[in-house]
Ligand binder design. Sequence first.
Ligand code: COA
Length: 145
Amino acid sequence: MPLDIVIATVPLLEEWRAVHNAIIPTDPLSAADVAERSARNRLTLGYDSGVLVGNATVRPPVDPDGVATVIVRILPEHRRRGLGSAYLESELAEARATGARRIETVVLESNADGLAFALARGFVEHDRYVLDGDTVAFIDLHLPE
Ligand SMILES: CC(C)(COP(=O)(O)OP(=O)(O)OC[C@H]1O[C@@H](n2cnc3c(N)ncnc32)[C@H](O)[C@@H]1OP(=O)(O)O)[C@@H](O)C(=O)NCCC(=O)NCCS
């Protein structure tokens, strides 16, 4: 599956934000939120033949356990064509290349596609919680070693 992955540098942060907020409407990010995250995390956009199909976040490994978080998002109209799998594989490799020893992901409970996708790729749930002011739970999962 051809997927071009591009780092979301400043001119692309608004596109990254639009994809995030379309897929996670319960937790919309402001431009300032995204700018702040781009300084800490690897934020990328995914293109298929020049068409924007999704985005991803990789939070780099944190000591003492080397936990990195990888989240891929594909816009609904581009799903079930293998793009999410290709994106995840690539971003897992990026996380491991920066020293991650444990990989986690986060899925919104209402994203049935996202939860099924993560479980089918070996992730195991270890936490489920509702943030202050939210109504839908986030689910934390990890890849067993
Ligand atoms: C999770 C998500 C990224 C998956 O994206 P996607 O592009 O649909 O992913 P894929 O196409 O690679 O795989 C999805 C399913 O489609 C199937 N599929 C892939 N190519 C297919 C094809 N050509 N025809 C039919 N089905 C196909 C896959 O087998 C997979 O099913 P499985 O999980 O039972 O194995 C997307 O649903 C999403 O963005 N969800 C919301 C965000 C989220 O929750 N992200 C967290 C995951 S880290």
